[in-house]
Every structure is written in C-alpha cells, then in structure tokens.
Design a protein around this ligand. Sequence first.
Ligand code: ZN
Length: 339
Amino acid sequence: MPDAAPRREDAPAAPDVTDLGGGVRRIDARLGGRPEVVAVYLHALADGGVALIETASGATVPTVRAALDALGIGPRDVRAIVVTHVHLDHAAGAGTLAAWSGAPVVVHPAGARHLADPTRLWRSAARLYGDAMDPLFGPMEPVPADALRAVEPGPLALGGSRFEVVHAPGHANHHLALLSDAGDAYVGDAAGILLPGVPRIRPALPPPETDLAAAADTCARLAAHRPRRLHLTHYATVDGDDAVQAHLADVPRRNAAWADVVRASLRAGEDAPATVRRLEALEDAELAAVGADPDRWADDKRSSDAAMTAAGLRRALRTHEGLGGPDADAGGAGAPGTA
Ligand SMILES: [Zn+2]
C-alpha cells in the first residue's frame, strides 16, 4: 500500500464486528483507515473462550482491542492467537496482543523466528513501504519465545475445540490454514483476495516466495477437506459447499491468468515497470468488467498492489520456469515479504 494515506488509529472508529454465525465473528481492523480490507476473526471455543485468527498490524491493535472490549472479551478470554503467516498485515500485532492476553501464538514453524525477532521482516518490508511503515504496521513487538507455538500439519486442540492445521504454501512458504471441526477454514491469503463490492478473486502473489504450483496444490488440498466456509483475511467469507469448491477451483485459474500476462512481459524482454503497467491494465479491465464498486477499486489495487504482484510473479517465473534474465528487480530477498 505504498500510495495510501494511512493514519495511526489513535481514536478507533466505533468497533465494526460482523457475526457470521456458528460462533465466528469478524472484526474489521481498518488497516490504513480503510474499511473491509483486513479481517481479524474470532472463533468461539468449547471452553467458553475465543481464538483470535490473525492480529492485523501493530497500528490496528487499538481497533481490535476496542472491538474485543465492546464484545465483553477480556484478555483471559483469549485462549490462543493464530496467524496464518507472518506478513505484517496479518501478524504485526501478534506481540502486542500476546503480551496483553498472555495467549500462545500459533504459527508455521518457518514463521516463528520472525515473530520472535521481527527485525529482518520489518527491514525487508520497509524497502517496499518506506515512510508508510509505521502508520500502517507499527509497532511490531516481538512475541516472547515461550509464547510461540509452532505447529506441524495435523490435529490441534485449542480451548477444548478441535482443529486441523494444513500447511498452505503458494503465497508464502510459511503459510498455514486452520480448519475447525464445524467446517470453518481460515485460509489467510492462500485462497486469494475477495473484497466486498469487488466480485472477482484477486491473486495474492507477492515476492519473494510466490509459487504457482504450490498455490494450486494448496487449494486442491483445502478443497479435499470440504470446508463449509472459507474465511479470507482480505476479506470475504465464502459460504456453502458449492461456493467453496468453486472458489478453490477458481483461485489457480485466476493466478494462471495473471501469470500469463507476466510471462508475456518477460518473454518480450520488458522491465518491471512495463510488467506493472500490463497488470494495471488487466486489473482495470477486470474491475470494469465485473462492475466493481468504484469506491473499492483503490482498495483492491492496494491489496498486494500491481507492483508487488509483478515483482512476485517475475521472481516466481524466473525461479521456476527460467524466464527472463538475472533477477535485478527482486526486492525482499531473504525475508518472507509483507503482503
Ligand atoms: Zn495479506
């Protein structure tokens, strides 16, 4: 979101909480002051507490706290915090919320060290976001090592409720999804972006770990679990068996369509700005074709924007298909990115 005009959430707006039924509620974190872009989910647990799935950023913690207060949820009610991956819009608030609640933080084993010491992650993101870092994402407090709970795929018990952890690479290698017994699947960015008012899936393919084959495999494995609902962090809930299966089948097709554009750009020997222009033209055409709410265009484009997507796909196609020359426009190498 480099061109956003973010502001720190010193005075959070009235808490915006949506009850999705089945013990699931969505808090609108209002990242950068924008509504319905980044969700924090609350999942009611068998022991009467809640799990928080995603934390949004450090800057949005006051908004999330205000929503929890309004719901009468105190620190001791939070039994666990789960982050699908450590990108800053999902996990930068984890340290602050862990300190407040004393809850363990569930994370992919490859993401845990970045929560224990966010320095490298923060520095890597700062190259992309510059001065917007602090107002959007800061502060990112470390999670104490003894609060981290790195989880492998398989069953996971939280507050007396049973879940299944699925490792979900494609958007990031250290991405996981959390599936409840009742069929709620918290999929982070593994199933793309779907904002209210924008009725089409936007690929979520940032550098440096975008992997199209892994993303397709993740969607197939998630589909095999036959979830009843998909809760996307950006931002919609896909509800119903058929809608869920259709969505998970559509994500790899959407990724492939965008990759085709970047592949053509690389084959034509174009530089990164030219690839960005191709993706922006594609996105404009898509948004117009689906009749997207004009007020939501900017939010859609900022959700892992064209420059980030171009960088992610150029890098992926170089790495996995040997397309293009040396990776001069990589950016973010060595740390797991930001979007
Ligand atoms: Zn994200």
